[in-house]
Design a protein around this ligand. Structure first.
Ligand code: SAH
Length: 234
């Protein structure tokens, strides 16, 4: 079994390098390979999450000059000093929030709009807030153009959440916080889940799963160390 696995992995590795004269693999093929090699090979098991990751054209969410790298196993710059998260982290946070078809979810840190697009395939409505105006406008246009019509975006400070649209079944914070913002706890439905990287240092955080019980009490579990750009307080 182990030998077979090693063999198939090495075959995959060979196949990843196009031979001379061969055309580059299509984005669809790269996306399928990303799901297989970066998500299924790790701990992403939710079939709906895997399907969403196989569907959303990540290459249309990165700057055109980075299109060819869109399906690699890491974050990429999207301008304004910000990044689109590694595909695995997007899939992990999506799986941890346990999205359902009738859910309304909030994302803090729209960035490129990619995470919002993935969530939009799995939930009824997605609300997403971005503090940097140029990124917010670009993501807003991109999501509209690509037809993710159940995503609503707003320019503003996500630290305060989106009170008019609350309560939410799920909240994803895609920037590193130094604490769990109280407004976001308030805006989480009883039974809802918030996924948030929290850390004292600017560069590393612990991905936390915050569950609000039906009596309003919080259960907080640490998932794994992660590295996100900081969540700005203003
Ligand atoms: N989810 C994004 C990547 C997020 S990068 C994607 O799929 O591409 C983190 C983003 O959070 C950055 O764009 C940053 O500008 C934004 N951000 C940081 N602090 C914020 C705040 N307080 N409110 C809203 N957005 C914030």
């Amino acid at each position: 079994m182990r030998i077979w696995l090693a063999l198939s992995l090495s075959l995959c590795a060979c196949a990843a390098i196009p031979m001379q004269g061969e055309t580059a693999p299509s984005f669809e093929k790269l996306r399928k390979r990303m799901v297989l090699e970066q998500l299924q090979s790790r701990d992403i098991t939710d079939p709906r999450v895997l399907r969403a990751m196989e569907t959303v054209p990540r290459h249309l969410f990165v700057p055109p000059e980075l299109e060819a790298q869109a399906y690699t196993d890491g974050p990429l710059p999207i301008g304004e000093g910000q990044t689109i998260s590694q595909p695995y982290i997007v899939a992990l946070m999506t799986q941890l929030v346990r999205p359902e078809k009738d859910h309304k979810v909030l994302e803090i840190g729209t960035g490129s709009g990619y995470q919002a697009a993935v969530l939009s395939l799995l939930c009824r409505e997605v609300f997403s807030i971005e503090i940097l105006e140029p990124l917010a406008r670009q993501a807003q246009q991109r999501l509209q153009r690509l037809g993710y019509l159940n995503v609503r975006t707003r320019i503003g400070n996500g630290y305060q959440g989106w009170p008019e649209a609350a309560p939410f079944d799920g909240i994803l914070v895609t920037a590193g916080a130094t604490e769990i913002p109280p407004a976001l706890i308030e805006q989480l439905k009883p039974g809802g889940r918030m996924i948030i990287p929290v850390g004292a240092s600017l560069n590393t955080q612990i991905l936390k799963v915050v569950e609000k019980k039906s009596d309003g009490k919080l259960e907080i579990k640490d998932y794994s160390p992660v590295r996100f750009v900081p969540l700005r307080k203003q």
